[in-house]
Design a protein around this ligand. Structure first.
Ligand code: AMP
Length: 328
């Protein structure tokens, strides 16, 4: 399971951005504010306990939110992970979260912060009050108290997660919702890559994890970069390809390409300059073919009927295929 934290002052756009990110990465969006508001609406004991504190812009007790978070973790095991929004809000909660996750053999993967100024917090919340009708958005005193609470109790988490090497920040001030979303998705892609870069042993567990990422990807495939730094000017990767993934007929003019099949079955197909198939190499299964060396300048593609996990190596840095190097 992955555990991401969406961080930022009230009104930064955490709730607005959470949906798209949760969908893309198959995460469950968990907003403690939303959970508390539904408890209040349902008139539960917990809701009654929280109501006045929220209306005044104060935090509700740790035990209350941590109980909600833990039961959310316990009751949702079908997603790839969780996108926490509004939790943790204090150093105490962050430490409790670390302990809660350690008991499950898990950890916080990353914290993505949307940063806006106090002036923008005021403007956004005042505007939101006219749309969502939240009690704690309508009163200027409550807004001020929430900003003060954020600076005093929540902001120290930035240092906490920065020291843990898990803190990423995007500008939430300039640009519209879509621009901020693109910034966040770029950060998420980078985190995913960093996550996979750490592994040194290439085992079935790693292949399973990359396969899981491929299953969650709309492109039905996923690369696992085996380089340790961006400066490494080679291409060495594990590539999981699921049925339905499309690879254009393409060629590489600067390097030959070595492909070794690690799991599954696939065909490597060679074409002439007119796009006519000239050779098909069945790999895997009982073919006895483990890999293929594709000469430089050779038009080719991969066809996957079940599943294929390959190791691929080429000279030179990756660059997007240009039009001249793709056949229709
Ligand atoms: P939000 O929707 O995240 O702005 O949360 C609304 C209100 O719910 C906050 O102002 C707090 O009163 C309460 N709340 C939400 N999350 C927490 C938390 N992690 N710890 C304490 N109180 C919280």
């Amino acid at each position: 399971m992955k555990y991401y934290i969406l961080f930022g002052p009230p009104g930064a756009g955490k709730g607005t951005q959470a949906g798209a990110i949760a969908k893309k990465y198959n995460l469950l969006h968990v907003s403690t504010g939303e959970l508390l508001r539904s408890e209040i609406a349902a008139g539960t004991e917990l809701g009654k306990q929280a109501k006045d504190l929220i209306a005044a812009g104060n935090l509700v007790p740790d035990s209350v939110v941590e109980g909600m978070i833990e039961s959310t973790f316990n009751n949702n095991r079908t997603k790839a992970g969780f996108l926490l929004d509004g939790f943790p809000r204090t150093i105490g909660q962050a430490k409790d979260l670390d302990e809660m996750l350690a008991r499950r053999g898990e950890k916080v993967n990353a914290v993505i912060s949307i940063m806006i100024s106090d002036e923008t917090v005021h403007a956004r919340i005042t505007h939101r009050a006219t749309i969502e009708g939240r009690a704690d958005d309508a009163n200027p005193e409550t807004i001020n108290n929430r900003i003060a609470t954020y600076h005093k109790q929540t902001e120290p988490l930035i240092e906490f997660y920065r020291n843990a090497g898990k803190y990423y920040e995007v500008d939430g001030e300039s640009g519209d919702i879509n621009v901020v979303r693109r910034r966040m998705l770029t950060v998420f892609r980078g985190i995913d890559k960093r996550f996979v870069d750490r592994q040194t042993v290439i085992d079935n567990d790693l292949l399973d994890r990359v396969q899981q990422l491929a299953q969650e990807s709309p492109r039905l495939r996923m690369n696992y970069d085996l380089r340790n730094t961006e400066e490494d000017q080679s291409q060495r990767m594990i590539n999981v390809m699921l049925p339905g993934t499309m690879t254009a007929i393409h060629k590489h003019n600067l390097s030959s390409e070595t492909v070794m099949l690690l799991r599954g079955k696939m065909d490597t197909v060679f074409y002439n300059d007119n796009g006519v198939e000239k050779e098909r190499i069945h790999m895997g299964g009982d073919t006895g073919v483990l890999g293929v060396n594709i000469p430089k300048g050779q038009w080719h593609t991969f066809e996957v009927e079940e599943l294929a996990i390959i190791f691929m190596a080429q000279d030179g840095p990756w660059s997007p295929l240009s039009k001249e190097n793709m056949l229709k």
